[in-house]
Ligand binder design. Structure first.
Ligand SMILES: [Zn+2]
Length: 308
């Protein structure tokens, strides 16, 4: 999935209800054990699903922040945690413990929140960033693995501080109409465009993934100042949140950059038509892809996983 995005297309989305594989217990026991002993034992967990190993760690690794590998095949050393309440953002679903990232991503979030607020969007509700040590997740995403991706809800932030319970239970508002062809006019507003523009206009932002119906609406209403539209890419899902990806920070030698998006605003008939074909709009579910084993990740991710 080199051009790939956030969540997998529905055809290959792994079921989040799948039962925990029996070998997981062995893997986690091995992991706990290996934290105390020498590295060669790490070979025992090479074939374990990386999502189970990284999903079981609740704290970041020590040392300086470093993204390792690719957005959909990597991990994150020395992650920093986004405060759960900022001046104009609030983190949702605290129980997931996914508000970790590179310091550059935290700055980007602050800047998007500030710019969007000035443009009429009250504040950001922050969905998933990365796990404490990045890596694949048990549920929800193909990417978000190296601390440079963040989901931002397409729901305006309320004017009060949400309780932890509200952050678990509140739902994001779907802005796509039931026919999937347009946005839902009863919830879509010019402020939604302002939010997406603020996200795309940050210099370090490389891509903003949105539902194709949202991209089509932006094409219709963006006006003449639309250089930022190049970064706004249609992708399955993303009907109640946007996904913002930033570039590998300068000097991050182990971070693998994604190729830039094609030039232009992506609004030509040939750009959009693909997404509105019936079989693309409503794909038939296929077999889930097998989870990535630890051995598929860059070598440095073993020490990131095991360091105490
Ligand atoms: Zn995402």
């Amino acid at each position: 999935m080199r051009n790939g995005a956030d969540s997998l297309p529905p055809a290959s989305r792994p079921s989040s209800r799948s039962r925990r594989p029996p070998r997981l217990r062995t893997g986690l026991a091995a992991l706990a054990f290996m934290a105390f002993i020498s590295a060669p034992r790490a070979t025992e967990i090479e074939n374990e699903p990386a999502r189970d190993l990284f999903g079981a760690v609740s704290k970041p690794s020590p040392g300086s922040p470093r993204p390792i590998g690719f957005f959909s095949k990597g991990c994150l050393a020395g992650a920093v945690q986004l405060p759960i309440t900022g001046e104009d953002w609030q983190v949702m679903r605290l129980s997931r413990n996914r508000n970790w990232g590179m310091p550059a991503l935290l700055r980007t979030i602050e800047h998007i929140a500030r710019d969007a607020h000035r443009a009429g969007w009250p504040g950001l509700l922050i969905g998933d960033m990365s796990q404490p040590r990045g890596g694949p997740m048990k549920t929800g995403h193909a990417s978000h693995q190296i601390g440079l991706d963040v989901d931002i809800w397409l729901t305006p932030m309320p004017s009060y501080v949400l309780t932890p319970a509200e952050r678990e239970e509140m739902s994001a508002v779907n802005v796509v109409a039931p026919d999937r062809l347009t946005v839902d006019r009863s919830v879509w507003s010019p402020a939604h465009l302002a939010l997406i523009k603020a996200a795309a206009e940050q210099p370090e932002t490389t891509r903003v993934f949105v539902n194709p119906a949202i991209k089509k609406e932006l094409c219709r209403t963006a006006g003449s100042d639309r250089g930022w539209m190049t970064k706004v890419r249609p992708y399955w899902g993303h009907d109640d949140h946007i996904h913002v990806r930033i570039a590998c920070p300068a000097g991050a030698a182990s971070c693998e950059e994604q190729e830039p998006p094609p030039e232009g605003d992506g609004c030509a008939e040939k750009d959009l038509a693909y997404w509105f074909q019936p079989e693309v709009l409503h794909p038939t579910p296929g077999k889930p892809r097998p989870p990535l084993p630890l051995s598929a990740l860059p070598g440095e991710c073993r020490s990131v996983l095991l360091e105490r």
